[in-house]
Design a protein around this ligand. Structure first.
Ligand code: GDP
Ligand code: IMO
Ligand code: MG
Length: 431
C-alpha cells in the first residue's frame, strides 16, 4: 500500500470520515494535517455513529496510529471531550493518538473574536462554524499563537497577558463585545497541560521513522478545496490551506512521501455557510428548485452539518469545481460518495462549464462577484428509479448510474476509484 492524501474537493462534508475509516485498516498511520474543530467527520459502523472533530478517522482501528499534525488548531475543551467520548466507548485512544507539540491552541478568546466578528459583519457574515478557527490561524501567522509545547515555557504567562490586552481591546473597542477573562484562558491551558501535553510528540520524526520502515501513511484533510484560503471562494473560505500540498507543511513531510491523492466528492454538491455556489438549487429559503431535486438531495442525503447541525445548501454536481480541484491537488483518483442519494430522480444534471456575459469560462473566476454571475452550463442525463443504497459491486448498479460515473470520469479527466453507496463502512464499491 502506498502513502495517500485523502481530501475533500468540494465545500466540505464530502464523506472524508467514512472513506478514511474504511481505508485505515490498510494503513499503519492516519495523520490529520489542518483545520480543527470546524471539521465534523462521521463514521458509521452498524448502529454506531461517531463524529470526530480533531481526531483522525482511523482511530477505531487497533493497529493504526493516529497523529494530529502541526497544521491543525486544537481546542483543549473540545479535544478532551472527544477523547473522553472515545474512552467511554472503550476505544483506547490514549494508546493510539499522538499530537504534534507544534499544534496551535484554540483558546477562549479565539472563539469570542470569531463570534464577535461574525456578529459585526451582519448580513455579510461568512457563516463560520464559530469555533475560533480564523482568529487562531491569524495569531499563528502573527507569531503570537500559543502552541502545545509552549505550555512548558517560562514566558507563557507574559504572552497570555499580552494577548489578552490586545484581544480585549479589539473585543470591546472595535466589536462591542464582552471581554474574555484570564481565568477562562487559564482553565483551557491547565486542561491542555493535564490531558494533552502527555500525548505531545515530535510528529515529523515519527513519520520519518514510519516511512523508513515501509509503513503506509494516510494524510487526512479537513474541509474541501473550495474552502481553501488561497484556492477557494475567498473570502468565503476557512483560514487554512485545505489542498493536498498542505499535508506536507501541516505534518512535516517531504513531497516524495506522497504517492496518491484521493479526491473525495459527492455525486452532487453541498455547502454550509455563505458564499458563491453556482449550481445551487435549494437552501433554507427554498430557491429555484422547480423540480424539487435539491430538496430531494437535502432530505434523502440528511444534509445537516455534523458539527453545527446547520442545514446544508444543495445543488448539482459541478465538474468545473472538480476539474479545478483535480488540477490544484494533483488528484490521482476520485472517491464519489452519496450516489444512493440520487436514486429516484428522473434526471440528473452535471455542470460542465460556466458562462459569464455570454463567454465560456476556462476555469473558476477568482473574483466572487464574477463567480456569482456565472451561469452553469448543464448536461442532462437520465436518472434511475432503482435502489443503489448499500450496493457493493458495480453489477448492482442501474445502467444510468454507471453512465453517470463514466461521464464524470470523462469530464473531470480523472478515474473514479471508489464509490460510496451509503453511510456505513461496508457500503462501498472499489473500482
Ligand atoms: P466529512 O466532513 O467529509 O467527513 O463528511 P460529514 O461526516 O460531515 O458528512 C457526510 C455525511 O454523509 C455523514 O452523515 C455520513 O455518514 C454520510 N455519508 C457518507 N457517505 C455516504 C454515502 O455514500 N451515502 C449516504 N447516504 N450517506 C453517506
Ligand atoms: P469538514 O472537515 C463544511 C465552512 C463554514 C464556513 C467557512 C469558514 O467536516 O468537511 P470556519 O469555521 O472554518 O472559519 O468557517 O468554512 N466550513 C465547513 N463546511 N465542512 C467543514 O469541515 C467545514 N469547516 C468549515 O461553514 O462557511
Ligand atoms: Mg463534515
Amino acid at each position: 500500500m502506498s502513502n495517500t492524501v485523502a481530501i475533500g474537493i468540494q465545500w466540505g462534508d464530502e464523506g472524508k470520515g467514512k472513506i478514511v475509516d474504511l481505508l485505515a485498516p490498510k494503513m499503519d498511520v492516519v495523520a490529520r494535517f489542518q483545520g480543527g474543530p470546524n471539521a465534523g467527520h462521521t463514521l458509521v459502523i452498524g448502529d454506531q455513529t461517531t463524529v470526530l472533530n480533531h481526531i483522525p478517522s482511523g482511530i477505531l482501528h487497533a493497529d493504526t496510529l493516529s497523529l494530529i499534525g502541526n497544521g491543525t488548531g486544537v481546542d483543549p475543551f473540545r479535544l478532551v471531550e472527544e477523547i473522553d467520548m472515545l474512552l467511554a466507548a472503550d476505544v483506547p485512544v490514549l494508546d493510539r493518538l499522538r499530537i504534534s507539540e507544534r499544534c496551535q491552541l484554540i483558546l477562549p478568546y479565539h472563539r469570542a473574536l470569531d463570534a464577535a466578528r461574525e456578529q459585526a459583519k451582519g448580513k455579510a457574515k461568512i457563516g463560520t462554524t464559530g469555533r475560533g478557527i480564523g482568529p487562531c490561524y491569524e495569531d499563528k501567522t502573527a507569531r503570537r499563537g500559543i502552541r502545545l509545547v509552549d505550555l512548558t515555557s517560562d514566558t507563557l504567562e507574559a504572552r497570555i497577558d499580552e494577548n489578552l490586552r490586545y484581544v480585549n481591546f479589539m473585543l470591546t473597542e472595535f466589536l462591542g463585545a464582552e471581554v474574555v477573562s484570564r481565568e477562562e484562558v487559564v482553565e483551557a491551558l491547565e486542561l491542555a497541560r493535564e490531558r494533552l501535553l502527555p500525548l505531545a510528540a515530535d510528529v515529523p520524526l515519527i513519520l520519518h521513522r514510519r516511512n523508513k520502515a515501509g509503513d503506509s501513511i494516510l494524510f487526512e484533510g479537513a474541509q474541501g478545496s473550495m474552502l481553501d484560503v488561497d484556492h477557494g471562494t475567498y473570502p468565503f473560505v476557512t483560514s487554512s490551506n485545505t489542498v493536498s500540498g498542505a499535508a506536507l507543511a501541516g505534518l512535516g513531510v517531504g513531497p516524495g512521501q506522497v504517492d496518491e491523492v484521493l479526491g473525495i466528492c459527492k455525486a452532487y454538491t453541498t455547502r454550509v455557510g455563505a458564499g458563491p455556489f453556482p449550481t445551487e438549487l435549494y437552501n433554507a429559503e427554498g430557491l429555484c428548485d422547480t423540480e424539487n431535486s435539491g430538496k430531494h438531495m437535502a432530505e434523502r442525503g440528511h444534509e445537516f452539518g455534523a458539527t453545527t447541525g446547520r442545514p446544508r445548501r444543495t445543488g448539482w454536481f459541478d465538474a468545473v469545481v472538480v476539474q479545478h480541484a483535480v488540477r490544484i491537488n494533483g488528484v490521482t483518483g476520485l472517491a464519489i460518495t452519496k450516489l444512493d442519494v440520487l436514486d429516484g430522480l428522473e434526471a440528473v444534471k452535471l455542470c460542465i462549464g460556466y458562462e459569464l456575459d455570454g463567454i465560456q469560462q476556462e476555469s473558476i473566476p477568482a473574483d466572487c462577484e464574477k463567480l456569482n454571475a456565472c451561469i452553469p452550463v448543464y448536461e442532462t442525463l437520465p436518472g434511475w428509479s432503482e435502489n443503489t443504497f448499500g450496493a457493493t459491486s458495480l453489477d448492482q448498479l442501474p445502467t444510468n448510474a454507471k453512465a453517470l460515473l463514466k461521464r464524470i470520469e470523462q469530464v473531470c479527466e480523472c478515474p473514479v476509484t471508489m464509490l460510496s453507496t451509503g453511510p456505513d463502512r461496508d457500503h462501498i464499491i472499489h473500482l
